[in-house]
Design a protein around this ligand. Structure first.
Ligand code: GLN
Length: 461
C-alpha cells in the first residue's frame, strides 16, 4: 500500500471521501513508508504510530458520518517546537529531553478539530536556530533528494518528511527563513504567513516579534488547505489578528493575469548559484507567460537585513530562553548554590549556537550597549519595512529566490556561523517587515523525477 503515501493531500482527501481507502490504510501506508526511509532520512525525532492509528480510527468514523474537513484522516508531521499534549516536545534541545507538555498548541487544537492524524514530531535546529538542521542535539536529517546534503533548516525535518512522502503535510515555524529555506532545498512548498495570522500559543518561542507557524506541503493547494485550518484569532495570543480567515483554496483558482510582480534588483547578486538564478528567472518568465506583469523594483536597505536580524534575534532569544533554568523548565542539573545549578543546567543543556545567541543578545541588551545595538537595529528594521511598503505601492507581489544555493553538503558550513547565517540572506528581510512569503516549486505536478525550481513570492494578503 506504500504508493498511497505518494498522493498529494488533496488526492488523499478525495480518496478517503470516495471510500477508495480508509484513514487507517492511509496512515499505515505512511507508517510503512516511515519504516522504510527513516534510516536514511531521519526526519522524525518521535514517530507516534499508536497515536496515529488511534487518530485514524476516529477519523474513519467522522468520515463515515459525512461533513468532515479535507484534513480529516490525513497524516501530518509537526515540528518538535510545537507543544503536543503528553508527547515529547524537545525543541531539538537536550535541555527539554523528556518534556511532555500538559497542553496542545493552538495550531494542534485546530488540526485536531479537523480530525488530522499525528504521524510524529519532526527534527529541527535547536530552538529553531540554524539553516541546516545540523544544530539539532539529537540527529542530522538528510535531504531526501541527495542524502549527503542538508535539508535546510530550521524546519528541516518537516521539509524532509514531506519530500520523502513520510507525511502529506507538516507544520514548521519561520523566524528568518526556517520554513521557506528548507522547503526550497527539499523541493516542496513552504509558506510563512503574515505575522499575526497564526497563533503562537504553545509554540516554544525563539524571537517573539518574528516567529510564525506555517505549512509545508507538496502543492500550493495543499498548503492552502493547511493554512485555512491553522489560521485565525486566538484569545491566548494577543498578537493574533481578528481579521477573518479567507478561503485560501478558492483563492488558488484566481490566475495571475494582470498581477504586478516586483523583481528586486538587490536579490540577484554575485555569488548566488547560477542554477538558482536560472530557476527563479524561469519561474518569473512562466508567471509572465500566464499574464503577470514584471516590474523591476529596488529594496535599498536589503544589505542591512542580515545584521539587523542578528542583533534583534539574539536579544529576543536571550530573554525568551531565560525560562530554561531547570526549575520552571529544563532538565535540572545539581549545583552547590542556586546560581551554580542554573549554570550547570544551562551549560549542559544548551548547544553551541544557542549559547552564542544568548551571550550576544545579553551583551547587546546590557546597560551602555542597548541603544547602540538593539535600539539602532529597531530603527533599521523600520527602514526595511518602509522599503516593502513603498514597493507595494507599485506591485502586488515580489518574486525573488528563497536561498542563494541549492542544498549544500552536510558539514560544509558547521565550522563558520557567518556562512550558515548567509544561507538566509534572501529570507530574513520579509519577517522583519512582518510580511508573508512562500517558497514553492514551479512545477505543478509532484514527481520525484522532476527537478524542483525555487521561487519566493511575498505580498500583502
Ligand atoms: N536560520 C535563521 C536563524 O538561524 C532562521 C531561523 C528561523 O527562521 N527559525 O535564525
Amino acid at each position: 500500500m506504500s504508493e498511497l503515501s505518494a498522493l498529494t493531500l488533496e488526492q488523499a482527501a478525495a480518496g478517503l471521501r470516495a471510500r477508495e481507502f480508509s484513514s487507517v490504510e492511509l496512515t499505515q501506508a505512511v507508517l510503512d513508508r516511515i519504516g522504510s526511509v527513516e534510516p536514511d532520512v531521519r526526519a522524525y525525532l518521535t514517530v507516534t504510530a499508536d497515536e496515529a492509528l488511534t487518530n485514524a480510527r476516529a477519523a474513519d468514523q467522522r468520515l463515515r458520518n459525512g461533513g468532515a474537513s479535507l484534513l480529516c484522516g490525513i497524516p501530518g508531521g509537526i515540528k518538535d517546537l510545537i507543544a503536543t499534549r503528553g508527547i515529547q516536545t524537545t525543541a531539538g534541545s537536550r535541555i527539554l529531553e523528556g518534556f511532555k507538555p500538559p497542553y496542545n498548541a493552538f495550531v494542534i487544537e485546530q488540526l485536531r478539530r479537523d480530525g488530522y492524524v499525528l504521524a510524529g514530531k519532526c527534527n529541527l535546529d535547536e530552538f529553531a536556530m540554524g539553516s541546516s538542521t545540523e544544530n539539532s542535539a539529537y540527529q542530522v536529517t538528510h535531504n531526501p533528494f541527495a542524502l549527503d546534503c542538508v535539508p535546510g533548516g530550521s524546519s528541516g525535518g518537516s521539509a524532509a518528511a514531506v519530500a520523502a512522502e513520510e507525511a502529506f503535510f507538516a507544520l514548521g515555524t519561520d523566524t528568518g527563513g526556517s520554513i521557506r529555506q528548507p522547503a526550497s532545498l527539499c523541493g516542496v512548498v513552504g509558506l510563512k504567513p503574515t505575522y499575526g495570522r497564526v497563533s503562537r500559543w504553545g509554540v516554544i518561542a525563539m524571537a517573539s516579534s518574528l516567529d510564525q507557524v506555517g505549512p509545508l506541503a507538496r502543492t500550493v493547494r495543499d498548503a492552502a488547505i493547511v493554512l485555512g485550518c491553522i489560521a485565525g484569532r486566538d484569545e491566548l495570543d494577543s498578537t493574533s489578528t481578528t481579521r477573518p480567515v479567507p478561503d485560501y483554496l478558492s483563492a488558488c483558482e484566481r490566475g495571475v493575469k494582470g498581477l504586478r510582480v516586483g523583481v528586486p534588483k538587490e536579490y540577484f547578486i554575485d555569488g548566488m548559484e547560477p542554477a538558482v538564478e536560472q530557476a527563479v528567472r524561469a519561474a518569473i518568465a512562466e508567471l509572465v507567460r500566464q499574464g503577470a506583469v514584471p516590474v523591476e523594483i529596488s529594496l535599498p536597505h536589503t544589505d542591512y537585513a542580515l545584521p539587523t536580524y542578528y542583533v534583534i534575534v539574539p536579544c529576543e532569544v536571550s530573554a525568551n530562553l531565560a525560562r530554561f533554568d531547570g526549575i520552571r523548565y529544563g532538565v535540572p542539573q545539581p549545583g552547590e548554590t542556586m546560581w551554580e545549578a542554573y549554570a550547570n543546567t544551562r551549560g549542559s543543556g544548551f548547544g553551541a549556537e544557542v549559547k552564542r545567541r544568548i551571550m550576544l543578545g545579553t551583551y547587546a541588551l546590557s546597560a551602555g550597549y542597548h541603544d547602540a545595538y538593539y535600539v539602532q537595529a529597531q530603527k533599521v528594521r523600520t527602514l526595511i519595512k518602509r522599503d516593502f511598503e513603498e514597493a507595494f505601492e507599485q506591485v502586488d507581489v515580489i518574486a525573488c529566490p528563497a536561498s542563494p544555493s541549492t542544498a549544500f553538503p552536510i558539514g560544509a558550513k558547521t565550522e563558520d556561523p557567518v556562512q550558515m547565517y548567509l544561507a538566509d540572506i534572501f529570507t530574513l528581510a520579509i519577517p522583519l517587515a512582518g510580511l508573508p512569503a512562500r517558497a514553492y516549486e514551479a512545477a505543478s505536478e509532484w514527481s520525484h523525477s522532476q527537478c524542483r525550481e525555487r521561487l519566493q513570492v511575498g505580498g500583502a494578503q
